[in-house]
Ligand binder design. Structure first.
Ligand SMILES: *Cc1c(COP(=O)(O)O)cnc(C)c1O
Length: 410
């Protein structure tokens, strides 16, 4: 029995036409205007994004504007230090704007253009998604409205500056706790009124259909490139493929091309500072089935079934749910989910900086930390790690809380 053969027709089977990955996914919004808007969106995506013209234009943008393909880099210094395991990095930190998020933002921007829309709407928490979307809007000559809680605006000044420089409007949200949750509500509200002229762009492979499918498709360029590059460099497949999981976009894009291969796939969730609810954001590891933000998946809920408070030192990973495709692949036992703590991630950040001259984002450092943990077992195997972004945004935080890594053993 070869368990991987079940995945030969995977892309044809999942999601179904209503956006279900098994029992997960779908569209559970209750606003009829929004349901109409998302149905139009799904239809637009299914027809336009398959056209050869769209595909050719996106390919050109990826090459000339984003700088793709990003390299697959064999970390020889790091691998030698750790022993016999060979670690390879898929360098999404070298994608234009410094992270993988631009992969789906450029796709969504191009779709907006083809659908005749004038504006991109989104919310942002830490600001990374807002910056990527503002970049896409500038490229396509579209307006861009980014909804952001007032608390986040105060905390994330450099990203607010970037968005404004790129020509986006940053709209402060003053309701409730003034953070991401309220910004999501405000962005949905705006979209329900403006959907004839605007499209909404989510920051990860989650949300109502068609987002989990569409974002997965646009992010799949990571895994497609990495697989071909690894085979070209080594003549065989890797033993393991690893990526960090927030909402799950860089990871699902990395993983899907390897599903039918005899390769172990590992999603790394943020273990934060402990196992209590509120101390981590490890949705698959500690969560259960539930509906939030208009889709069914595995989530961390409080006693009232509302999204629970989450924590990680990587702000891009602190989301209380995971995209529905991850939930299904977890149930199918095809992807293994593990946790890495704040401390372990920071150790990995220091090690990669000093050993290879690459400063990774704290999010990406979670994936790397797991690969380092595995490599310390000393097996002669190879691991691809998706380095989802660069660490520039994290420098002040890291140095203030952890110094320069003087105590790390190399
Ligand atoms: C946003 C972000 C993530 C987490 O998002 P996913 O949708 O889970 O990929 C990871 N790494 C970086 C650098 C990010 O900016």
């Amino acid at each position: 029995m070869n368990k991987y053969r079940d995945f030969d027709n995977y892309l044809k089977e999942y999601p179904d036409e209503n956006g279900y990955f098994g029992k997960y996914g779908g569209n559970y919004l209750d606003n009829p205007e929004l349901i109409k808007a998302f149905n139009e969106y799904a239809e637009g995506y299914m027809t336009i994004a398959q056209s050869s013209q769209f595909i050719a234009e996106l390919r050109r943008i990826r090459k000339d504007f984003q700088g793709r393909p990003t390299p697959l880099y064999h970390c020889q210094n790091l691998s030698n230090m750790l022993g016999r395991t060979q670690i390879y990095l898929k360098r999404e930190d070298l994608n234009h704007s410094g992270a993988h998020k631009l992969n789906h933002c450029m796709g969504e921007g191009l779709l907006a253009k083809y659908m005749g829309k004038k504006k991109l709407i989104a919310e942002t928490g830490a600001g990374q998604h807002g910056v990527a979307l503002a970049t896409a809007a500038a490229y396509f000559g579209l307006e861009c409205d980014i909804y952001m809680g007032e608390v986040d605006i105060a905390k994330q000044a450099p990203n607010v500056t970037r968005m404004k420089l790129l020509g986006a409007r940053v709209i402060p949200v003053s309701a409730g706790l003034k953070t991401l949750k309220e910004a999501v509500d405000a962005a949905f509200e705006a979209y329900s009124k403006e959907y004839k002229t605007a499209i909404y762009c989510i920051g990860t492979a989650a949300g109502p259909h068609p987002f989990p499918l569409m974002v997965r498709d646009f992010q799949q360029v990571i895994g497609d490139e990495a697989r071909a590059q690894f085979i070209e460099q080594t003549g065989h497949l890797p033993d393991k493929v690893v990526a960090c999981v927030g909402g799950g976009s860089n990871s699902i894009g990395t993983f899907v091309p390897f599903l039918a291969d005899p390769v172990e796939i590992v999603g790394v969730e943020p273990g934060g500072r402990g196992e209590k609810l509120g101390d981590h954001a490890a949705s698959v590891t500690y969560g259960s089935e539930g509906i939030m933000h208009g889709f069914n998946s595995i989530m961390l809920a409080d006693e009232n079934g509302e999204p629970a408070p989450v924590y990680s030192n990587a702000s891009g990973l602190d989301y209380p749910a995971v995209g529905p495709e991850h939930a299904m692949l977890h149930d199918m036992n095809r992807i293994k989910y593990v946790t890495v703590s704040d401390e372990e991630a920071i150790e990995a950040l220091f090690i990669l900086s000093r050993k290879e001259g690459i400063i990774p984002a704290i999010e990406s450092s979670h994936a790397l930390a797991y690969a380092i943990r595995e490599a310390r077992k000393g097996k002669p195997e190879s691991i691809i790690v998706t380095l989802s972004g660069r660490g520039d945004k994290d420098l002040d935080y890291v140095v203030e809380h952890y110094g320069y890594g003087e105590n790390i053993k190399l």
